[in-house]
Design a protein around this ligand. Structure first.
Ligand code: SF4
Ligand code: SF4
Ligand code: SF4
Length: 291
C-alpha cells in the first residue's frame, strides 16, 4: 500500500520530546511535567487537545509524564502550540536533562522530610532540556524510603533527617523503637540508645516519643551521582550532603557543568565515572561549589 505524501517540518525532530514511532510515518510526543504534577484544568484540557488532534490514547511514562502516541508529524505544529498554551509543553528524551521526577514529599506524604515537588520545579526551571553528551535524569525522594528510586538516576536527591536523643528522663518504654525498621534504636539498661551506623536518617522515630525526648536535626539533602536504570541498573554513588535547596541547585549545577565539559558521548555516565578516581571527582565538585 502506498503511503500518503505529507509535508513534515524536520526541524521538529531535532527536539527530544518528539520520538519516531515503530511505524516511522508517525511519532510519539512526550510532555514536560516536572514532578508529574498537573492541575485538574490542565488534565481536562489535555484530553480535549488529544481528542482534537486525533490522539486515541495517552500513555503515562515511568518518568512521571505523559506521551501522545501515533501522532501525524505533518500536524505537529498546532498540537505543540496547544500543549504549550496548556502549560504542558514538549518534553525531552535525548542526551539532555529530561523530566525531573519527585515524590509528593512534605506537601502530602506523612513521611516527607523535604519539599521534593518544589525542588523538582526549581531544578526543572534551571536545567530542563540542557543538551549534554549523555542523558541526565534527576529524581528526588523526600525521605530514605526512596519511592522515586532516586539512586537509580544519574543525579539522585534524598531528604534525610538525623534524630538526636535529647537529655531527659527516658522511661525506656520502647515506643520509639517500634518505628525503626533498621533496629538502629533500642532500649539498653532502661534507656534508649541510637546506633548511628545503622541509622538511615529517616526521622521516623522523632515524633512518637510521648515525652519528646527525640528531636530531629534540620532536614538535609543527600545527593548521589551515576545511578542508572535500564539494561544494566546501577545504584548511584554518594556524593555530598547539603543543607538547603539553594545548595542542592549549586551542586546540580556543578554536576551538569562537569558532564557538559568532561563527559563524552556513547558511554553512560556511570561507566564514565568508573574510569575516574571517584574521590577526585567528588573533590572537583566540592571545589567548584566552594569556588
Ligand atoms: S519517599 Fe518518603 S516522603 Fe516520598 S512518597 Fe515515599 S514515603 Fe513519602
Ligand atoms: S531515623 Fe529512622 S533509621 Fe534512624 S533511628 Fe530513627 S527510625 Fe531508625
Ligand atoms: S519513646 Fe521516648 S521515653 Fe520511650 S524509649 Fe523512646 S526515647 Fe525513651
Amino acid at each position: 500500500m502506498s503511503r500518503p505524501i505529507r509535508t513534515v517540518n524536520q526541524d521538529l525532530f531535532t527536539r527530544g520530546g518528539i520520538i519516531t514511532e515503530r511505524d516511522p510515518d508517525f511519532c510519539i510526543v512526550r510532555l514536560r511535567m516536572p514532578a508529574g504534577m498537573i492541575t485538574p484544568a490542565q488534565i481536562t484540557r489535555l484530553g480535549e487537545i488529544a481528542a482534537r488532534h486525533g490522539v486515541e490514547n495517552i500513555h503515562l511514562t515511568t518518568r512521571q509524564t505523559m506521551e501522545f502516541p501515533h501522532v501525524d508529524p505533518s500536524k505537529l505544529e498546532p498540537l505543540l502550540a496547544d500543549l504549550e498554551e496548556n502549560g504542558t509543553p514538549l518534553g525531552a528524551e535525548r542526551e539532555e536533562v529530561v523530566n525531573v521526577t519527585a515524590c509528593l514529599g512534605t506537601r502530602h506524604c506523612k513521611f516527607g522530610i523535604i519539599d521534593s515537588v518544589g525542588l523538582a520545579e526549581e531544578i526543572d526551571k534551571k536545567f530542563f532540556g540542557k543538551e549534554l553528551p549523555v542523558k541526565a535524569r534527576i529524581a528526588i525522594s523526600s525521605c530514605p524510603n526512596g519511592c522515586e528510586s532516586e539512586r537509580l538516576n544519574e543525579i539522585g536527591i534524598t531528604g534525610i533527617q538525623k534524630p538526636v536523643r535529647d537529655p531527659g528522663l527516658c522511661t525506656g518504654c520502647g515506643t520509639c523503637t517500634h518505628y525503626c525498621r533498621e533496629k538502629a534504636i533500642e532500649v539498653q539498661d532502661g534507656v534508649v540508645v541510637l546506633h548511628a551506623a545503622k541509622c538511615m536518617e529517616c526521622g521516623f522515630c522523632i515524633m512518637p516519643c510521648p515525652f519528646h525526648l527525640i528531636s530531629g536535626n534540620p532536614p538535609e539533602y543527600r545527593i548521589t551521582v551515576g545511578g542508572h536504570r535500564g539494561r544494566h541498573p546501577l545504584i548511584g554513588r554518594y556524593l555530598i550532603t547539603v543543607k538547603s535547596p539553594e545548595e542542592v541547585l549549586r551542586v546540580v549545577d556543578k554536576i551538569i557543568y562537569w558532564i557538559y565539559r568532561q563527559a563524552s558521548t556513547g558511554l553512560m555516565l556511570p561507566e564514565q565515572l568508573d574510569e575516574l578516581d571517584f574521590d577526585e571527582f567528588r573533590q572537583s565538585i566540592v571545589t567548584m561549589i566552594e569556588g
